[in-house]
Structures are given as C-alpha cells and as structure tokens.
Design a protein around this ligand. Structure first.
Ligand code: NAD
Ligand code: DAU
Length: 355
C-alpha cells in the first residue's frame, strides 16, 4: 500500500482517485485538512476499504511513526504543503512549518522505518517528494526551459520553502541512502482545484459576475499541465526511476496569463452564455502586481519522455474545456468551498489592489 500525505487537497485527491481506479492499490491518506483540503474530494471512496483517511499533521512524528509501522507502505508519496504563493507573501510561517519542518519530520521517520525493514522491502521502499518548477526561479522570454540540471533560484517564500524541502530530500538520500525521488512539476489545472488559483478563480468569479483580477499587465507565462497527466507522471517515476533521481514534469503548454484568462472567458461565453449576451471578458481587471512575480516558467520534460516513456495524454485545449465543464457541473462543490474563510481571504487579498 501507499502512504499519501496531502491526499485531500487538489493534486493529492486526484492522485488517490486515479491510483485506486487504475491499480486498485490501497492508500492511507495523512492530511491535516487545512483550508485547502476538502474531504468531499474523496467522497466517492468513502465506503471503500482501500482508502483510509487519517486526519493529522505531517509534523506529528509519533503519528507518522505509527502509520508507517502499522501499514508498512511500499512508498510514501508526499504532496502535503502550503501551496499558494500569495498566501506565502501575506504570511510565511505555515510554509516553513509544513513545507520545511513537516518534510524533515517525514524524512526522519521514513529513515528510521526504512532502516529496520527486511532487505527486500528496503530495496523496494521509496520516498517520493512532490515539488514544483518554482524552485528554479524565473525565465526570460528566450531562455531555454527548465530541466533537471537547472540551478535552484527560488524567489517567493513559497518557492524558497519548497526548495529547502527538496534540499533536505536530496541530503537524506546522499547521507543516509534513503531511496528518495523528487519531481518538479509546472502549473496544474483540473477538477478539485481550490479557487484561490488562477483558473478556478477566474471561472468562479466570471460565473458570479465579479471582476477577474489579472496581476500586472498579464504578460507572465506559465506552463500548464492537466492534473491527471501529473498523476500519471508521478506513478511513472515511482515505478520506473532509480532512487536518488529528480525529474521535471510539464505540459509543453506555455500561455500568457492574459491570453489564458481571455480563453477561459471565451469558452464560458460558449458553454454558459450570459443571459444579456455580454462577454465575460468585460470582467477582466488589471490589478497591482504580485510582489516578486516570476515572469515565466517552462519545462523541458524530454528526459522523462525519453527515459521513462511519459508524455501528457491531454492537449491543453481539450483539458481546459473539460475542466471548465467540470466546474460548471459541480456548482455545489464550488459553492461549498467558497463560503466563510474563503471570502475572508479574497477580501484581504484583493481589496485596495485595483490597478
Ligand atoms: P493544495 O493546497 O490543494 O493541497 C495541499 C494539501 O496538503 C491539503 O489537503 C492540506 O490540508 C494538506 N496539508 C497542508 N499542510 C499539512 C500538514 N501540515 N499536514 C498534513 N497535511 C497538510 O496543494 P496542491 O496544489 O494539491 O499541491 C500538492 C503538492 O504539489 C504541493 O507539494 C505543491 O507544492 C506541489 N505542486 C503543486 C502544483 C500546482 O500547480 N498546484 C504544481 C507543482 C507542484
Ligand atoms: O508552477 C507550479 C506552481 O503553480 C505550484 O508550485 C503552486 O503550488 C501553484 O499555486 C502554482 O503557482 P502560481 O503562482 O503560478 O499559480 P497561481 O494560480 O496563483 O497564478 C498563476 C499565474 O496567474 C501567476 O502568474 C499569477 C497570476 N494571477 C494569479 C491570481 C491568483 C493573476 O494574474 N491573478 C490572480 O488573481
């Protein structure tokens, strides 16, 4: 079985659902259920004996120890993190606590667990750390895309905390021999993404007839990958990579933020036309830029393709339309996650920010 941290969040929940559906392998999820989590993401598995959701913190070493001892996982897949750049700028403490100290706690407990395994289980065990392309910093328009040899240059409190965790993972392999793997992926989109992130935020605000905030002049570029392709890549690395390796993962789908937001509006105009015939583009509003905003991310996933045979299954166009349709079909989900604390965050983040 697998021990999956952060399995009630966006990518973690997609990973759990995809993995149980495709391999049938049992999964224990360890998740502290922060604002970003939603146990309803896993509700289709609520009575399934292959899923066990444990509510707890990755920094709770005795809990982590008991889960490892009790369930004897063949791998720990570590998604749990504070993941939103703007929140890291507003308040960084939780980012250091979970992303750095939490990862350290998991590494230490995994090392102790792994040390006492029988030789065959020791050879098989993996600690897979899910990280981000943001650790590499920002690219200029003509720079080659990030690859596994790109030096680290994190620019935000979030990316610095993820870079620190990557370094810990690397060191636990180099020093103790813990069989670790690191993946650095580009921007994900798809079902269950919390609407603080650009794509679901845009969809949610367009449908509510509210302004759609675009930071700066909207020229920043991100490389988008559908979450199901990220999950397939993680499984490919888990099964195929030698310990100690790192892999970059991306969708080869670079888009300027403004172009992306306009595309979202155009697809919504077609799928959910405004009763008065107006385009959702009218809601696009340029607002004060994110401090330290990275200009461009791009990934060259050629090594993963050539060595392990992974390529994305979805094109950006088909994945995006499918995703918009998912949010249109799941109005209850969106309604649920955008009440209460969500409203507090939106008013703190965007009030007084009009450009
Ligand atoms: P998310 O914010 O949607 O979910 C994070 C999950 O971790 C939540 O369920 C939360 O409750 C849980 N969590 C947070 N702190 C915890 C703690 N101390 N103990 C236990 N659980 C805790 O994040 P996401 O977008 O699904 O990202 C998952 C991972 O993938 C993160 O490590 C992130 O850095 C990485 N990543 C994300 C993207 C992206 O585009 N979203 C891209 C590349 C890499
Ligand atoms: O690259 C991988 C990273 O992608 C992950 O590690 C992070 O966890 C994930 O949050 C994401 O980070 P970004 O900062 O790129 O994602 P976000 O959706 O917050 O923003 C995408 C782009 O859109 C970015 O250039 C900022 C811009 N933006 C974002 C928001 C929330 C806006 O223009 N307006 C907004 O309101």
């Amino acid at each position: 079985m697998l021990l999956v941290t952060g399995g009630a969040g966006f990518i973690g929940a997609n990973f759990v659902l995809n993995t149980i559906a495709t391999s049938g392998e049992s999964i224990v999820v360890l998740d502290s259920l922060t604002y970003a989590a939603n146990p309803a993401n896993l509700e289709t598995l609520v009575d399934d004996p292959r899923l066990n959701l444990v509510v707890g913190d990755v920094g709770d070493r005795s809990l982590v120890r008991s889960l490892l001892e009790q369930h004897q996982p063949r791998a720990l897949v570590h998604f749990a993190a504070e993941s939103h750049v703007d929140r890291s700028i507003a308040e960084s403490d939780a980012f250091v606590r979970t992303n750095v100290n939490g990862t350290h706690a998991l590494l230490e407990e995994s090392r102790l667990f792994w040390n006492q395994l029988a030789p065959q289980s020791r050879d098989r065990f993996r600690f897979l750390h899910v990280s981000t392309d943001e650790v590499f910093g920002s690219l200029g328009p003509q720079d080659p895309a990030f690859n596994e040899l790109t030096p680290y240059a994190p620019n935000s409190p979030y990316s610095a905390s993820k870079a620190a965790s990557d370094h810990l993972v690397r060191a636990w392999h180099h020093t103790y021999g813990l069989p670790t793997l690191i993946t650095n992926c580009s921007n994900n989109y798809g079902p269950f993404q919390f609407p603080e992130k650009l794509i679901p935020l845009t969809i949610h605000r367009a449908l509510a007839g509210e302004s759609i905030p675009v930071y700066g002049d909207g020229s920043n570029v991100r490389d988008w990958l559908h979450v199901s392709d990220h999950c397939t890549a993680i499984r490919t690395v888990l099964e195929g990579s030698s310990p100690g390796e790192t892999w970059v993962i991306g969708g080869n789908a670079e888009r300027r933020n403004l172009d992306l937001v306009q595309t979202l509006c155009d697809v919504l105009d077609r799928l959910r036309p405004d009763p008065e015939g107006r385009s959702y583009r009218r809601l696009i509003t340029f607002v004060t830029d994110r401090p330290g905003h990275d200009q461009r991310y791009a990934i060259d996933a050629g090594r993963l393709r050539d060595q392990l045979g992974w390529t994305p299954a979805k094109t950006f166009e088909s994945g995006l339309e499918e995703t918009i349709q998912w949010y249109l079909n799941h109005g209850d989900w969106l309604e649920n996650v955008t009440s209460g604390r969500y409203r507090d965050w939106i008013s703190q983040q965007y009030s007084g920010r009009q450009g």
